[in-house]
Design a binder for this molecule. Structure first.
Ligand code: SF4
Length: 252
């Protein structure tokens, strides 16, 4: 816990917009993904409101950006931030930095200072094809109709991500070829280590919500899932198959 939270004003160029998600893991019995907003990656500057000093960030996501701002779905719906836009706002450093990948959250006073004007199309959400077995419409996006990979387009609504499900993505891919892709995500992961004493472990893991046929995709090494009383438990990829099992089109 970081008791010395700092309020900042920030401004800069958006270099990626990805879903902000949480994942709960228990052994390889359960991996539950939840999409709770968006992570906006910015090249720019954040200044402490109280002392006027520029903040230094840990750079845990690599050098492709200076800091990452967590925003809500409503904020993204309203502002539709895209790569190349110049944006500004306020935000706070996180209370629990080991559980929150974003460098800044509780964002407010958000504004698009300048739109990029670049060709970053909005992917149409289609709900009238292949509904659920009980007739419930599914919010689908057909990535293959848009330029990619990576899909550096406008990020779709969160229910699109939620329905698609995600596969583990190799960290070098997330940092490299995939960084600008709207299907990439660095999740805040909670591992249930001990149920009796409710002990958890936190870490960050990259995932991909993109087409199963994407040529950039690499799973990377199996991921260990520590749990009291069990050793050597690893997520070797078959949970991915369960997470994306509803997709009927591999290039979707
Ligand atoms: S592997 Fe996933 S995140 Fe990377 S470019 Fe392909 S769809 Fe995007």
């Amino acid at each position: 816990m970081d008791a010395s939270q700092t309020k900042v004003t920030w401004e800069g160029e958006i270099v990626s917009v990805q879903p902000r998600s949480t994942v709960w893991r228990y052994l390889v019995d359960n991996r539950t993904h939840r999409e709770i907003g968006y992570n906006v990656f910015v090249k720019g500057e954040a200044i402490g409101v109280d002392d006027g000093a520029a903040l230094e960030f840990a750079g845990r996501g690599g050098s492709a950006y200076d800091f990452c701002v967590a925003i809500s779905e409503k904020q993204q719906e309203k502002l539709c931030f895209r790569i190349g836009d110049r944006a500004k706002g306020t935000a706070w450093t996180p209370l629990y930095p080991n559980a929150e990948f974003a460098d800044l959250y509780r964002a407010g006073a958000l504004k698009a200072v300048k739109r990029s004007g670049a060709d970053a199309p909005e992917m149409a959400v289609i709900t009238d094809v292949e509904p659920c077995y009980d007739g419930t419409p599914i919010p689908r996006v057909f990535s293959s109709d848009y330029p990619g990979p990576p899909w550096a387009v406008a990020a779709p609504p969160l229910d699109v991500y939620s329905w698609r499900g995600a596969r583990m993505l190799a960290k070098p891919c997330w940092k490299g070829k995939c960084f600008r892709c709207v299907w990439a995500a660095m999740a805040n992961v909670t591992i249930q280590y001990d149920f009796d004493r409710n002990l958890v472990r936190n870490r960050f893991e990259p995932f991909c919500y993109g087409p199963l046929t994407c040529k950039n995709y690499k799973m990377g090494p199996a991921r260990s899932v520590p749990c009291k009383g069990f050793s050597g438990v690893k997520d070797e990829g078959w949970l991915d198959d369960i997470c994306v099992q509803w997709r009927s089109r591999p290039d979707e």
